[in-house]
Ligand binder design. Structure first.
Ligand code: UD1
Ligand code: UDP
Length: 395
């Protein structure tokens, strides 16, 4: 029997689960890693595993591109088969993708407790598939690793029944641990055309699948008062080509299009930019990491990361070109100082989570020993977790 199953499926999950994996190794905890195959291109999946120095996943389920319903359903079946085979004590998942919804349901149906890393984020924007996923997963989880007190409060307000721990966000650990390596290994700056630039990404379904928003972003980048280096997610490239915007961006002197960058290259791109323009979740957090410290314009109607806004790093500017351009101008003019520390922790989130998991597994072993003695072995551990028990957390 393997103690822990870690399930990932997309690039941010690999980045944010890596510090948990390193920390589990440090404390000598046994685990298997499953990759759903939701992201399958080399530069969205295997490159991240290599850049972060991780072993190849024990299982690659290769579920790949499907309708969201088929994708989630097939992943649930495929992950369920591994859960049955491995008979593990705990599943760990991270974030808000279709992969983690499928994984949480597969574990829940097999009465395996789920630990949700980055629990409690809420955008209150129900157009977002991520908002559906994170809400359902939080309510199916036995252990909720909230990155901040704000996220913990969201969970308390919703009366989740798992145990809540405030741990910090593992994305900060990953930046701190990998920036020195990135600066040594990456040669991406030799390929960037500009000495000063804004770094852009966009991939949210409610943005790039809406041609009006997509055109607004493209025009903002072409007209921006600073050149824009745009790392293009495959979903976005597909839409840009479909709406015949790709070639306009390609020939614009103000925009440099890049394929999705590997993690090390992207760290260097973030470190050297003047500001970040994005609808990404992870970038809002990474921008606050001490080795990066950048202003972020969040090109969305909402954010589930209000801590970055309150700390003065991020600003939610919506998706209209005029608002994006006005905000870029303001940043260039004011050049205001931003804090030294991150609201997402000090880079120890992975260790905090690994220690909690180790302790909880030890408790489970003790409980199952007691149950075996008293002949109640069919009691599922999952339903023994009392609702909403709070730990003070270790951040
Ligand atoms: C997914 C997550 C999103 C996360 C993002 C990280 C969901 C609902 N969405 O969005 O929360 O922020 O990953 O990047 O889980 N594609 C490729 N190659 C790949 C992967 C995808 O070409 O390796 C293209 C395909 O055309 C695919 C489309 O991108 O249909 C969307 O991929 P999908 O994984 O469904 O969603 P993302 O937009 O990547
Ligand atoms: N990232 C990367 N290369 C890129 C774009 C993003 O390495 O070209 C990394 C980024 O540093 C962060 C993660 O991918 O760690 C964020 O992924 P994404 O924006 O796709 O997803 P989200 O965070 O919005 O779920």
């Amino acid at each position: 029997m393997t103690e822990i199953m870690i399930v990932v499926g997309t690039r941010p999950e690999v980045v944010k689960m890596a510090p948990v994996i390193w920390a589990l190794e440090e404390v000598g905890q046994d685990f298997v890693v499953v990759h759903s195959g939701q992201h399958y291109d080399y530069n969205l999946s295997l490159q991240f595993i290599e850049d972060l120095g991780l072993a190849k996943p024990d299982y690659d389920l290769e579920v790949k591109e499907q309708s969201p319903t088929a994708q989630t359903g097939r992943m649930m079946i495929a992950i369920g088969e591994v859960v049955e085979k491995e008979e593990m004590g705990l599943m760990l998942i991270e974030g808000d993708t279709n992969t983690i919804l499928a994984a949480a349901l597969a574990a829940f149906k097999k009465k395996v407790p789920v630990g949700h890393v980055e629990a409690g984020l809420r955008s209150y924007d129900f157009r977002m598939p991520e908002e559906h996923n994170r809400r359902m997963v939080d309510h199916a989880s036995a252990y909720l690793f909230a990155p901040t007190n704000h996220a913990k409060q969201n969970l308390v307000n919703e009366n989740v029944w798992g145990m809540i721990y405030v741990t910090g966000n593992t994305v900060i650990d990953a930046v701190i641990q990998h920036m020195p390596l990135a600066e040594k290994r990456s040669d991406i700056m030799n390929r960037v055309k500009y000495s000063e630039y804004a770094l852009a990404t966009a991939h949210r379904a409610e943005n790039v699948d809406d041609s009006r928003v997509l055109k607004s972003f493209a025009s903002a980048f072409m007209e921006a008062p600073i050149p824009v280096v745009f790392s293009v997610h495959p979903r976005t490239e597909k839409r840009l080509r479909q709406h015949r915007i790709w070639n306009k961006l390609r020939v614009s002197d103000n925009v440099q299009l890049l394929p999705p960058a590997g993690y090390l290259d992207f760290l260097v791109l973030m470190k050297n930019c003047e500001m970040i323009l994005t609808d990404s979740g992870g970038l809002q957090e990474e921008a606050t990491a001490p080795p990066i410290r950048k202003k972020v314009l969040v090109m969305r109607r909402s954010t589930e990361r209000p801590e970055a806004v309150e700390a003065g790093f991020a600003r939610v500017v919506g998706t209209e070109k005029s608002n994006v351009l006005a905000a870029i101008n303001e940043i260039l003019e004011e050049r205001k100082e931003i804090p030294l520390g991150s609201p997402y922790g000090d880079g120890n989130a992975g260790r905090n989570i690994a220690q909690i998991v180790k302790n909880e597994l030890e408790c489970m072993h003790k409980e199952s020993g007691v149950r075996a003695e008293s002949n109640h072995s069919e009691d599922p551990v999952l339903f023994k977790v009392p609702g909403g028990r709070l730990s003070s957390g270790s951040m």
